[in-house]
Write a protein that binds this ligand. Sequence first.
Ligand code: PLP
Length: 396
Amino acid sequence: MPGWELFDENEKRHIDEVMETGVLMRYGFDGARRDRWKARELEHAVQKKTGAAHVLMVADGTAALTTTLAALGVGAGDEVIIQPFTFVATFESIMAAGATPVFAEIDDTLCLSPESVLEAITPRTKVVMPVHMCGAASRLDDLAAICREKNLYLVEDACQAFGASYKGAAVGTIGDAGCYSFDFNKIVTCGEGGAVVTNSREIYERADMYHDHGHDHTKGDRGAEGHLFCGYNYRISELHAAIGLAQIAKLENFLERQRANKRAFKEALSAIPDIRFRTLADPDGDSATFVSFFAPDEASARRAARALKESGTEGTFHWYDNNWHYIRNWEHFKGRKFAAPVSSDILNGMPDYSKRVFKSDEIVSRTISITIRLGWTAEEAITRAERAAIAVKKSI
Ligand SMILES: Cc1ncc(COP(=O)(O)O)c(C=O)c1O
């Protein structure tokens, strides 16, 4: 998965081009920068890859989510429906926006269950935020239909799924807005970086202003314009964007390699009758960052995860035991341990999650994912896949 596996001279060239000017800021310094606009160029490249009408590069994926919510006017008193199987950044961004995270359940796509979203909607719900976990899309048609009917925003947390698509459209471009992460471990990396994509000019302009202290970049002279609303600093630097520019040019090649390597794992693992692969809402659009499967029960999943690690299969996850991607181990969140007192507007209406029993336990407790690497040769992928399949077969 991580794009850094295939760094080459191009990343260095783009970085050097920034260093030669000394301009690390994405705005201004028009004379000194010698017409080098890495962040702007990266926005155009993301636009071209995804087909989104508007793209805003930001500091990271968490900032992209927070910026999007602010742009939508989501804050105190509003609820955002998310899934309990995600990275903690999803709920962090909602709380940073001043809104309340509300957890629905996942289904065997490992993404938000539309049926469970229907049960979680209240008069305070403003956004449904599915997370395209482990590189593949959620059931977006169903979720979009619910949002249309209930007049809610659909915001796609596509931080793990840049390069994936759903029925021909890039994930992130189907809802009102979508967010990508280009952090150190993503298929396309900037080191740290993120993007907000949307087809709405209004959402884009509000996000653009919010992420740079409220500056209105449409007015030309940054700093001379008025103040429409207060913002923050979630800007990306030219250096980070430079790395992303080199990386995004290789996306098709990355996807091809990753998909071929994943096929080797699926082939080897499909000889094991006791496991079942994750359901993909659109198999053709899978970015193939992981191969995920369900063991018959929690105990056999734990055994399989151990056996995979012992077999040297790096990047194996039994998500139920993971500290950062499933609510079961989020003691800080469930115990309401925050760095500073949290507004009652956020906590109001948030159930006591330390007491709630999640139906998602039944799925996550049996789910194993293996990271698919970009750097493997075809032969290496086959050898590793066969070794992994032997480990799983023996342990289940
Ligand atoms: C589902 C999800 N949302 C948000 C983020 C946050 O992205 P970043 O690390 O760029 O802040 C991540 C990061 O891995 C993620 O997996």
